[in-house]
Unconditional design. Structure first.
Length: 53
């Protein structure tokens, strides 16, 4: 069973590199918790804003 990975602060400096690294390693079930989706520079599979969905 694959685990879903939740990254909080995905638009911050550390979160940005963490998401890139997870994508490069082939992780596909990554959920990003962000305040402002417009700041995303990567292509997430899904993101949540102001709470989890």
């Amino acid at each position: 069973m694959k685990n879903r990975i939740l990254v909080t602060g995905a638009t911050g400096q550390v979160g940005h590199y963490l998401v890139r690294s997870l994508q490069a390693q082939g992780h596909e079930d990554v959920v990003l918790a962000v305040r402002n989706p417009a700041k995303l520079t990567h292509s997430p599979l899904s993101y949540c804003r102001n709470g989890l969905r």
